[in-house]
Design a protein around this ligand. Structure first.
Ligand code: NAP
Length: 243
């Protein structure tokens, strides 16, 4: 069986490809989102209790290979996967979509983390579209003079910035939709993580079109493991390691 550590569109595409090819696949989700988009095939929801728990699970379930297709900002599970696969002697591949890159007309400020993003905001705009996700919003809670349009999948927990409106939504988003949102709320600045991929890139196209600045959080370092960027490459690797 192939285990996919998931929670991304690429992970769902990979599960569909393996399932269509008749391979046994289990997708693993953290269980953060109240009604997740479920991949085809078997699904397991919830953590393993750290690397030792994951290593045990790999052995107990005769896992032939693991594909870590988690979000580029999900640091802990990727580190756990490296340790667990080493311990259980199971091959591991990381499937990570490329990050976004600047194009002519973009006005991006790259920062290392959410705290640095919060520091950059006051000089750049007073009305912010904030799409960094539900976790870590406390970093923005001290910005009393800034109004935020916070968009995430599930309601975030406090502390939150005092002036905000919440939109619960998930991609894919369109350029027209993002332009409409920016215009309706007089957005002056977009703050995002470098998640990469096509599903949520429209906000960056919309910011370029409206000449708005963007604060973009760099990806954390990934553990040094074999990695690919496309689902097709991951499919080939998984087929070769399916046992
Ligand atoms: P994280 O900080 O890397 O992981 C925290 C803990 O959650 C892990 O130690 C593990 O618990 C459990 N976990 C995480 N991903 C899991 C998975 N796919 N299957 C089973 N357990 C998992 O993760 P996160 O940043 O909270 O993200 C959680 C999930 O949401 C990820 O799977 C990721 O693909 C998805 N996601 C994250 C983001 C983001 O911006 N971080 C965005 C979109 C989707 P144990 O140690 O107990 O095993």
């Amino acid at each position: 069986m192939i285990l996919i550590l998931g929670g991304t569109a690429q992970a769902r595409e990979l599960a569909a490809g393996l399932d269509a090819g008749g391979l046994a696949v289990t997708s693993s989700l953290a269980g953060r989102v109240s009604s997740p988009r479920l991949p085809v095939g078997q699904v397991r929801i919830g953590g393993y209790g750290g690397p030792a728990g994951l290593a045990r699970w790999l052995g107990d379930n005769a896992v032939a290979a693991v594909v870590d297709a988690t979000h580029p900002f999900a640091e802990r599970i990727s580190e756990n996967a490296v340790l667990a696969c080493e311990q259980a002697a199971v091959p591991l591949l990381a499937l990570t979509r490329p990050g976004w890159s600047q194009r002519p007309g973009d006005r991006w400020t790259w920062v290392n983390d959410l705290a640095a993003a919060a520091e950059a905001i006051p000089g750049l705009g007073r009305r912010v579209l904030l799409t960094t996700g539900r976790q870590g919003l406390a970093s923005f809670a001290t910005l009393t003079g800034t109004w935020f349009l916070i968009r995430c999948v599930d309601p975030p927990r406090p502390p939150l910035p005092p002036q905000h409106e919440l939109i619960l939504d998930r991609g894919p988003y369109t350029l027209d939709g993002e332009l409409g949102l920016i215009d309706a709320h007089n957005i002056e600045l977009v703050v995002t993580k470098d998640s990469g991929g096509a599903h949520t890139v429209a906000k960056l196209d919309a910011a370029r079109e409206r000449g708005l600045p963007v604060v973009i959080v760099r990806r954390p370092e990934r553990p040094p493991v074999a990695s690919v960027t496309t689902v097709a490459e991951a499919l080939d690797w998984a087929r070769a390691h399916a046992g």
